[in-house]
Design a protein around this ligand. Sequence first.
Ligand SMILES: [Zn+2]
Length: 81
Amino acid sequence: MKHTGQCTKCRSYNVIKKEANSMHQQDQVILNSWGTKKIYLDNFICTDCGYSERFVQMNPKSEKLMKERLKKQGGGFDEYV
Ligand SMILES: [Zn+2]
């Protein structure tokens, strides 16, 4: 959906991209308890079936914050890094 502009559920190409607004809480994921480390989510919405997906805005800053969080968490999923 993000890369093709096509809905992954109904195959329609009538997909809206609504970029994250840094002022809107619903477009943010806060990664630390102080609320100082945030990443932002872009929305992709199919206007035919209503299906929607959200993707983190990938940039050097958000990638760094996500990797820091992953390291802190100490979990698996290394293959996805
Ligand atoms: Zn659809």
